[in-house]
Design a protein around this ligand. Structure first.
Ligand code: ZN
Length: 409
């Protein structure tokens, strides 16, 4: 058999199957065609030298915001993919039933990188979000319409993976727990998981968590006080343990304000590692503190989570959460989505969402990705230094941030 692409000599790590060894990996017709100790050069149309690199399933960022141009917080997924090792972005409710078609037509269908999505229970999606504007899409319950949500999920079933709700003082105003109950009803109706965001109470995590079912996702699971998953003493709150036992999925969702090193240390020390590491990347955290999924993974690595578990939390686990095991594993026949990564030694200072820093001696970087069998190099890989400080930019207006990213006019 002749292959389209051969990744040669890399350390192949596939958490789902337990494989961690030097292997060659070949792709044909957009799918993984062979994984072997030695596949000859002349059997492939194109060969990528992966010596010294990690060849892993393409990263799946379970919580991102990529409705570029259609929502104020959207980033351009294609610009972020190769740099961050991401082959699938899951948009976490940027769009609701009222604007999902635009997301699909103008973004999802035009992107080179794979995009799937949760539909927001709010008809308008996340419409009022910047560093200076915060009008929560669930603060007016007239927007939370389960019938509309269910219809949108069914209409776009090929790209929809679940329902999203953002409850809390910022996203839900004085609506309390009601948006969560409405979103759960919609999710139940279509037989899909719910991803629940928490911010500042009310509602508190203690109201949200008991409602979540096996396979539902708590995002911002390691958020800081208030509504942190630990007591001031560092002990894990009992509702977190009960939820884990019930099969609720804990997702990082780093973002602008939702990851705290002290909380993460406490959770890890009590054996409660996150199921999923996601970035919650959007326009106001893509330049820090979250940056992208690889930086978030590097933070968990620096906190002592083993490399294979960090990779599992960005491949196998998110694939399970969206019921797409063919995307998060390196088996023959699976979709040809691959991340070629590297552990870069140096001195790196990571900063969390409350401004605390952590110095690490290594970070993960991306050589590039394979998406559906096509190699897509990270053009910036050669310019990366061995010392870097991962800090957020100071406050800017929406126009400033957009201009810096996309130019004026
Ligand atoms: Zn988000």
């Amino acid at each position: 058999m002749q292959f389209d692409l051969l990744l040669k000599g890399g350390r192949v790590i596939d958490p789902a199957s337990g494989l961690d060894a030097q292997r060659d990996l070949a792709i044909a017709d957009g799918r993984i065609a062979a994984i072997d100790a030695d596949i000859p050069f002349d059997r492939a149309a194109r060969v990528i030298d992966a010596t010294g690199s990690i060849v892993a399933p393409g990263l799946i960022d379970l919580h991102s915001h990529v409705y570029w141009g259609g929502t104020s917080l959207g980033v351009d997924a294609d610009r972020l993919a190769a740099k961050s090792g991401t082959t699938t972005f899951i948009d976490a409710g940027s769009a609701g039933a009222g604007n999902f078609l635009g997301f699909r037509r103008h973004v999802i269908e035009r992107s080179k990188v794979r995009i799937l999505a949760y539909v927001n229970i709010s008809f308008a999606g996340i419409f009022g979000f910047s560093q200076t504007v915060s009008v929560g899409e669930c603060s007016d319950l007239r927007l939370c319409e389960p019938r509309e949500t269910v219809a949108a999920v069914r209409e776009h079933a090929d790209v929809v993976v679940g329902v999203k709700v953002r409850s809390g003082r910022h996203a839900g105003g004085t609506s309390g727990i009601a948006p969560v109950d409405l979103a759960l009803e919609a999710a139940d109706q279509v037989g899909l998981p719910l991803m629940a965001h928490i911010d500042e109470p009310p509602p508190g995590r203690s109201e949200v968590l008991p409602r979540l079912r096996r396979g539902d996702i708590l995002t911002h699971c390691f958020r800081p006080f208030p509504n942190a998953p630990i007591f001031a003493s560092g002990a894990v709150r009992p509702d977190m343990r009960l939820a884990r036992e019930r099969g609720v999925i804990f997702d990082i969702g780093h973002g602008m304000g939702s990851f705290d090193f002290e909380v993460a240390k406490a959770m890890l020390s009590e054996g409660l590692a996150p199921d999923v590491i996601s970035s919650d990347v959007h326009l106001y955290c893509v330049d820090g503190p979250a940056f992208d999924i690889l930086v978030c993974m590097s933070k968990l690595l620096a906190l002592g989570m083993p490399l294979v578990e960090v990779l599992r939390a960005a491949t196998q686990r998110p694939a399970e959460a969206i019921a797409r095991p063919d995307l998060g594993a390196l088996m023959v026949g699976a979709v040809g989505d691959i991340a070629v990564l590297r552990l870069r030694p140096g001195s790196f200072t990571f900063v969390d969402a409350v401004g605390a820093s952590l110095v690490a001696e290594q970070r993960l970087i991306s050589d590039g990705v394979v998406i559906g069998g096509t190699w897509w190099p990270n053009e910036a890989a050669g310019d990366l230094g061995d010392t870097e400080r991962f800090e957020a930019h100071a406050h800017e207006t929406h126009v400033d941030v957009v201009a810096r990213h996309f130019g004026r006019g």
